[in-house]
Design a protein around this ligand. Structure first.
Ligand code: PLP
Length: 361
């Protein structure tokens, strides 16, 4: 078809973790535990849910295009000006606006292998050349990334904690790295799992730095349980934000998403419960994996990555787990075909997964 450019024809679309409904349709199972998409097993923040319901009364009206309440709430919480705040259709949506706003066709993107796949997909959908540094011992190698900066590099994408490895780069590593990044190169610091990592003093919370060429991205999809509503936010220099505001879709994010976001930020109780449950879940997984002699990476997020000897082993285990109603995430699409990612769930789900894993191993 001559209408489709090569870079789109060759693009592989993002494949989400299998859904509960899909597995139920395929296998007709009653009990299904989904630990595949790093969602919040506690559900939605109750305050956000109430706000969402109330907001539905107004869906005949267009939402506020500059989402004033949400920006003001975020600015207050993170001690910045409203002009430093952006929000969008998930952090994924914000990455898309960033790519449309700042990248020219002959400029390049730079990131790591074994990282979140939205950035490479969006770069390719723009026909942008992408430079990928390898992981080192399953960690971001910031030195290798810095070494790959060329005069054409325009955007660097870093996920910290990284999905799917779950680990972080440290304050010291980041400080050394950022000194090597020219000021005309934009760094996207995707902190989708920030809340799970923030208490570790080695974790570089990018809001402590406020560098003019860094955009911090956060999301309501994980610890606030709003993945289905699609709302994420970000912080950056006001010049970057004012230009993003020009390029975003006029009424993004939606009214219900704005309302849910504002209310979720006030629900510190739900946030704390979520962080606590996740901490327990990670510890439980470590114990189980140690007992089974499995290789895994210690995580700062709400999932743990397991390393196996081959892709075939991962696929066999994945299929056997599916047949017993457990959905996890094989990582071929992330460039780690011999690895598998498991999100933390409710304790009973974690236990069901552990028992089932033991059986299928
Ligand atoms: C590192 C990272 N960034 C962004 C996202 C997507 O977040 P959102 O739902 O806000 O688009 C994810 C989701 O898995 C993620 O792992």
């Amino acid at each position: 078809m001559p209408l489709v450019p090569d870079h789109i024809r060759l693009l592989e679309s993002y494949k989400a973790g299998k859904s509960i409904e899909e597995l139920r349709r395929e296998l007709g199972l009653k009990k299904i535990v989904k630990l595949a998409s790093n969602e919040n097993p506690l559900g939605v923040s109750p305050k956000a849910l109430t706000a969402l319901k109330q907001s539905l009364k107004n869906v005949n009206r267009y939402p506020s295009p500059d989402y004033y309440d949400l920006r003001k709430t975020l600015a207050g919480l993170f001690d910045v000006k409203t002009d430093n705040v952006f929000a969008g259709h998930g952090s994924e949506g914000i990455i898309s606006v960033i790519m449309r706003t700042f990248l020219l066709d002959d400029e390049e993107g730079l990131t790591s292998e074994g990282s979140f796949i939205t950035f490479p997909i969006q770069a390719q959908s723009r026909g942008i050349k992408l430079n990928l540094a390898p992981l080192k011992d399953y960690r971001y190698d910031l030195e290798a990334i810095a070494g790959r900066i060329t005069p054409k590099t325009k955007v660097i994408y870093l996920s910290n904690p990284n999905n799917p490895t779950g680990n972080i780069f440290t304050v010291t590593e980041f400080q050394k790295f950022i000194k090597q990044v020219p000021e005309e190169v934009l760094v996207i610091l995707d902190e989708a799992y920030f809340e799970y990592a923030k208490d570790d003093p080695k974790y570089p919370d990018s809001m402590q730095y406020r560098l003019d060429n860094v955009i911090t991205l956060r999301t309501f999809s994980k610890c606030y349980g709003l993945a289905g509503v699609r709302i994420g936010y970000g912080f950056a220099h006001e010049t970057l934000i004012s230009n993003l505001m020009k390029v975003k879709l006029s009424f993004e994010p939606s009214g219900p998403a704005q309302a849910a976001g504002v209310a979720a930020l006030r629900d510190t109780e739900f946030l704390e419960k979520t962080i606590q449950l996740n901490r327990q879940g990670r510890m439980f997984f470590y114990d189980v994996f140690d007992r089974m002699g499995l290789q895994y990476i210690k995580s700062h997020a709400n999932f743990v990555m397991l390393i196996f000897e081959s892709e075939q082993r991962v696929n066999t285990l994945y299929d056997r787990l599916l047949r017993k109603g457990v959905i996890v995430r094989p990582l071929r699409a992330f460039g780690l075909p011999h690895c598998m990612r498991v999100s933390t769930g409710l304790q009973e789900d974690n236990e069901y997964f552990a028992t089932t894993l033991e059986q299928v191993l």
